[in-house]
Ligand binder design. Sequence first.
Ligand code: ATP
Length: 424
Amino acid sequence: MKRLHIGFDDTDSKDGMCTTYVGAVVIDRLIEMGAKIIDYPRLIRLNPNWILKTRGNCAIAIEVEVEDDLIVKIKNMVLDTVEKLAELDYETTNPGVVFLESKNIPEELRAFSRKVIQDIVTIDEAEELAKKIGAEFFKFKIGRGIIGALAAIGERLEEDFTYELIAYRVPSNRGKERRIDRESVFKMNELTYPITFDNIDPYTNEIRITPHTPCPILYGIRAENPFIAEKAHRMVKAFEPIERWVIYKTNQATDEHIKSAKISDVQPYRSFSIKGEVCEKPRIIAGGHVIFKIKDDSGSIDCAAYEPTRKFREIVMKLAIGDIVRVNGGVKPKPNLPLTINLEKMEVIRLSRILKKLNPICPLCKKRMKSAGKEKGFVCKNCKKKLPKDAITIEEIPRSIKLGVYEVPPRARRHLAKPLSRIL
Ligand code: ATP
C-alpha cells in the first residue's frame, strides 16, 4: 500500500468551471477505482489579495491509500480529469497537478503553504520545492496551478478548520438562474446556525449559500462539522437536479490569511492585523466608503470600510481620535492613493474620553446659562443670575460605540475571514 497526496489548481475561468468541481469528479473516480480516501478532501483558500486569482483563490488536495499497482492509473485519471474539465482555452487558466508519495509532509512544504496563503510566491519557487521534496508535478500551459496544488497538499488543517458541503448543478443548468427554495434555507439556518454559518445576510436577508457566478456550484453550506453540513443540505430544497455533492475540510473562516504586523511592515497584496490609535477621524468619501487613519510607533495608515460593508460603516463612523483598535484586513494598492487596510474586522480595545467645554448650569433654575458676552462670564436667561467666566464646565460626552469586536456582514466577507459567530 502507498500513501499518495494529490493536489491541483487553476482549472477555471470567469465564465465557468471551478476547481472544487474538478475535485468532486476526481473523488468519485477515486472511489470507483477502489482508492481509500484518508480524512476529508481539503479545499484550501490561498492569498485572497493575489491579483491573478479567478474568484475565491482555492486549490484542492486529496490524500489516498492505494495498492502499488493502482498508483499510475490514479495519476493518469487525475491528469486526464484536469485536462478534460479545465477551461484550457482561456489564457489565464494554467492548471497544475502535484503528486507526493509520502506518509509525512515535509516542514518546508508546510511553510510554503503558509506563504501561499499569506504572501506571494513564484512558479520557479514552487518547482524548486517540488524537486527538493521529491514531488512530481505536471504543468498545463505555464502551469501556474502547481503553486496552489503544492500549497493545498502542505496545509494539513491541524489547528483551526471548518467544512463546506458543495452541491453541483447538472451541465444543462449551468449559467442559468439558480432555483432553490428560499424558505427552506431560512428554516435550515434557524435550525443549524451557528454550527452552520454564513447562510443568510441578516441585514439584507440575502441567501448567501448560492454563488452569483456561472460556475457549476448550486450551493455551498459552511459548517463546524461534516454531520451538520449534511443534515443542513438535506433541509435545503432545490428545484433543480443536483449532479453530485461533496464535503470538503477547509481553512475557510479561520483568518489564516492574516499576519500580525506593525504599520511599517504593511505591504500590498497581503492581509494584516494591526493594533493602533485612531489619529484621524472617520470621514465618508465619494461612493459611500468610510476612511480613517490609525498610527502606531512605526507609522500611520488609512483604514477603509467600503460601501458594501453597509452597517459596519456606521460603527466605524463612531470612532474618535485616541481610540485604540485592532484592525484586520487586506491591502490592495489603488493608483494615486496611499496604502489602505480594507477592513474585515475591527476590535475596539479602548475608547478615548471626549471632553467638551459647556456653559455652566444655573445653580438656581438648573437651566444651562448663556454667555454674557466676550470675557464677561455667564448669565441665566431666566433668573438673571451671573457667574464669572471661570465657571465654565468640562463635561464628558457619552460614547455611542462599545468595546468589542465588529465584523463586516456576510455579503462582504472574505472566504478566509473568521466570522464572529466562530469567535464569540
Ligand atoms: P477557483 O477558486 O474557482 O479555483 P481561483 O480564484 O482559485 O479559482 P485560479 O484560477 O486557481 O483562481 O488562479 C489562481 C492562480 O494563482 C493559481 O495558478 C495559483 O496556483 C496561483 N496562486 C494562488 N495564490 C498564489 C500566491 N499567493 N502567490 C502566487 N501564486 C498564487
